[in-house]
Design a protein around this ligand. Sequence first.
Ligand code: FE
Length: 334
Amino acid sequence: MKKMSALLAASILFSGVWASMTQAAEVSVYSARKEHLIKPLFDAYTAKTGVKINYTTGKAGMLLEKLKAEGEHPAADLLITVDAGNLWHAADTGIFEPVDSKILAANIPAHLRDPENRWFGFSVRARTIIYNKNKVNPEQLSTYEDLADPKWKGKLALRTSKKVYNQSLVAAMIAEHGEEKAEEIVRGWVKNLAAAPYAKDSKALEALVAGVADVTLVNTYYYGRMMKKNPDLPLVIFWPNQETTGVHVNVSGGGLIKGAKNKEEAIKLLEWFSGIEAQGLFAGSNMEYPANPAVKPSEFVASWGDFKADPIGTAKYGEFQEAAVKLMDRARYK
Ligand code: FE
């Protein structure tokens, strides 16, 4: 009898430990970064650690609404999304819990994360000038601001101002030049448009190929995708503002959800994202730049050349987002 109860106690204890072990080894993620970009990372992490990752992908706004609705009992431990403007907005609604991690602080430069450590950038995207080499001599190019010059009249293609990427770019210009000067620049861009703003960066690039416009502003990975498919396209990258502010960069990244059920495991996953092993995958899957300066971009991305990036804090993009949206509206940038 005594032996039986000891055995029973041991098995209860064991099953309890087992249950808590299996329960802990899990992280749930909401991701606005597309499935084909994040799944390879999750698979690699699970293969390495055995930690199971449940994930839901969707639009940034939808996932944020979902988290707000879930309130104190979130179904996700982490939110991954694109653009510092979106990360800032998520932080502003109060869904993130700050993470004080020595590993994250060491791996991710300060300008690529929230000053209060509520979110961290894990890959960097450069929003730069692309030109048609049959139409433009690169010596004519210099800065984002210069694209407002009348010499570009009828030659500029832009993506819509409704896209957060352009809101962040204009927010950075407001932070750097003040609203008045930034508005003057945006008004100049609008005057120079070759066609109504496009719904996607890829459409703006296609306008260059079709001869509708000569020059545009896009994230480099859209350029990379097109050039990979057709290396003979007459499109070339130009790095603007090399003598002034530097190339406008943004991040995709994430943070810990307040009230996360698997907080410890979730922080470990964030830390792993920032490390040498994951950084190549995080950036490489989308032809972006690693946020961790110790990791080099892929050979293909590196072939576009080195550039000086704008060191402005990406958190500023959220701070000035509302002003940027209003400014673009006043300037009739659709
Ligand atoms: Fe994109």
